[in-house]
Design a protein around this ligand. Sequence first.
Ligand code: PNW
Length: 449
Amino acid sequence: HSFSPPADSILRRKDFLLGTATASYQIEGAIHEDGRLPSIWDTFSATPGKVLNGDTGEFACDHYHRWQADVELLSSLNVDGYRLSIAWPRVMDENGKPNRKGIDFYKTLLDGLKAKGLKTFVTLYHWDLPQYLEDRGGWLNRDTAYRFADYAELMSRELAGKVDAWMTLNEPWCSAFLGYASGHHAPGRTNIRYAPQAMHHLLLGHGLAVPILRKNDPGSQVGIVANVGRGTANTDSAADQRAAHLFEVQHNAWVLDPLLKKQIPQDLFELWPGAEPLVLEGDLETIGAPLDFLGLNYYFRTNVKSDGAHGFVEAPPAGVERTQMGWEVYPLGLQELLIGFHKTYPNLPPIYITENGMASDDQVVDGEVIDNQRLSFLNRHLAAVDTAAKAGVDIRGYFIWSLMDNFEWAFGYERRFGIVHVDYQTQKRTLKRSAQLVAKFLADRRAQS
Ligand code: PNW
């Protein structure tokens, strides 16, 4: 087990960005400090039965206090860039008033990262909505999109010059579907009719923020991050093929069509009859604002069959490799999606893979963590990225999810995605084998002329 991409791999190019990613609620902890206000994830994780083992983000990786050591850690990995997110409830109150201490935390952190020569990729919304906005209806309230634009205005004014790439939203699919339809994520609502309206307001907030970020921080790139899933048909039957198509409409086109085609895919309402959102004139024009890049997060494929009516049900294949999440390891899906999007969307912006990685429960033994499955996972997915690049897809970089083990949402601390192991009792960080080999590869790459 090594980390050694082939000689002709795009990964060997110094201008192909390799980085790691995290998100505020998953690593920061310190939820009551320096004027941070409650977020919907505080509320959700405090609700019995919502998060495995009753875990919460109260302490997480204590990154809020340990950020300096974590910047050193990142630097020791020789990565080119780091993707992080800002906690909205740390920086702004319900009247739109800035919280100086919260803003200063991110200013100093970004300066620390820049001092190490790292490219900074900053997500504005990685799911920690201020609870005061949820109390006014959250993403079902159109006003939340305008409050998001205010937040983007404040952040881009305050942090201008420190951010290489802004991402408005992380995975609006998760916010809309898991937050409002399945209820697996905060705010835990469970009405399928809510999800398209929440999605529309999320994307509207994105579209309103794009020109603001460009105006206030002209030296940066502006994009958004979507999670994408590969849906395959269980059989060749027309019904199963249709089911796989609908799966991908629901996971991919629901987000990408409004952004890249200024359209909401109508097949969605074959799945969810009567769930059409209220869309005002001009909204799709706003949402379709040109992007400098598109971030894609990929984890697994879902094999589906027809449910006998107008939908799909999962048909999990037997005997396949899975991760600690139970997600199937399927690198081909990433390649197929990238090449497919390149064909479907003639105006597809340059792509960054903003998340890819896997959970495994490897433990520290004699000071070492041997995560060979992760190494193999990363090698195979990076090979898929390389194949897509050679097929003509403009891919600029790849961020491993995640820098370190962290609060894995509804699964709490029991799922470990890091290339760095975290002992939550002591907060000790230990480089897993994957981290060591990635660091070595990048050191060698840097040393080459
Ligand atoms: C992403 N799904 O979440 C998030 O951006 C990360 O914060 C998270 O830690 C990571 O992936 C691993 O889960 C997802 O059910 C959550 O398809 C669920 C799904 C996809 C992505």
